[in-house]
Design a protein around this ligand. Sequence first.
Ligand code: PMP
Length: 423
Amino acid sequence: MKTYSQLTVAERQEEYASLQQRYNDYKALGLKLNMARGKPGVDQLRLSAPMLHILDVDDCIVDGIDARNYGELAGLPCAKNLFAELLGTKPEEILVGGNASLTLMYDLMAKAMTHGLLHSPRPWSQEPVVKFLCPSPGYDRHFKISESFGMELITIPMTATGPDMDAVEEAVKDPTVKGMWCVPKYSNPDGILYSEETIDRIANLKPAAPDFALMWDNAYCVHEIYGEFRPFRDILTLCREAGNPHMVYEFASTSKITFPGAGVAVMAASVENQKYIESLLTYQSISYDKLNQLRHVRFLKNKETVLALMQEHAKILRPRFSAVLDALDKEIAPLEIAQWTKPMGGYFVSFNAMEGTAKRALALCKEAGVVMTGAGATFPYGKDPKDSNIRIAPSLPPVEELKQAMDIFCICVRMAALEKLGL
Ligand code: PMP
């Protein structure tokens, strides 16, 4: 089989015509398929069904605290213990929040803007310019949080071992650079595990800004798809040892352990940071939802049981990831028009189409009823300079639908590549 660049114009035209035929047949079916967001499938949600019945009226008092009532703004001690065990931090470094880690991240950025962080000379809103480092491709919602507060987004290239640390070390010499977004384990969308060296270099950064915020989003900390749990080092300890105890804010949630949107989120940070943040939070809320915290503690129990549950998730996810990867291997690999990741965990396959074709491929997909995350979303300001990266989210559709969606996706990627090569 010839690669696409080896085809003559006449051969490309012939290939395009046959793809167009298949494309039109699919279009006529009026399908509605969605590979846009990393939502767990319904069979994954069922794994946590027992949690809905786990609390009894007489069973809401724990460690002398009535979870039904106001109080314990930083979270139930038993919930702090559970998340400290999962993240490898100390319980006193944990704030157990509400239903979404994104809310905690947004809230921290909002507080930085309005009040400043622990070591801010002034609130960020009073700075002439605030810049934020965005390793890209990255998580669109991180970038949007910074953008929504008027921060300037600085693209940092992603490498196979995490953010390009030469670029990061250079960038943090600028005192207007106030922080960086990181997803250290199974990064969104590339599924990269930051290397030990990268993590050490991050912990040892010497930012010019005294209030530099390392936004360490450990969203996929226990989310293996293939193989056993891969341990990770505690970033709070590493930063403390490097003389940066207050630089890091670590986030995680049970969104993809139990119920997205109805889980429990946490922020880990130094005790001094926790005290400072709680002093601001106290005007915002009397307490988060401790009943949900207690439900989670009763259901998830400890790290061992969480890891066992994650293996059940993995069993459900594996056939979906295989459906995506098999389709790409079969339909795209021989043509040499794209590269993609084969992640060991997380929620995404990161696909790099032939440069200048991602937007067109996704427009074709949309017309045929396949919805994907918009092209460019994984870059600051939604602009992929190469118009190449596409994030594939295999978790939601049932495998049969996924196979159909991938068939259409591959057709569209091929059509867009042929158009680019010239017909
Ligand atoms: N962080 C990352 C890296 C994610 O991929 C996601 C979900 N797609 C979230 C955070 C959202 O987490 P939560 O539901 O806790 O807000």
